[in-house]
Design a protein around this ligand. Sequence first.
Ligand code: CU
Length: 101
Amino acid sequence: MRKIALVAASILVLSGAVLPKAAVAQSPLINGQVTKIDEAAGKITLKHGPIKKFDMDEGMTMVFKAQDPAMLKQVKVGDKVKFEADRVNGQFTIIRIQKAR
Ligand SMILES: [Cu+2]
């Protein structure tokens, strides 16, 4: 009985350590450029390349909500960025953003 509990615990630890990394690796970042930041509204306007999962076959400029307002302090207008977006409550939302190098 004790052995089974140990094995179960190890599996939990292992899957916890492996899964998040795999999830991150699967979502490619989208290239974009910041054209406007509205900190009061928690929104950012990005000129971005195609985003397959949103059926955006061509690049465009559009407004995204920032999942965390702190993200808006990490970048500034004119910055080239890489980001990941998702639909959260029907709104296009930035869930990860970083400066492109
Ligand atoms: Cu778009």
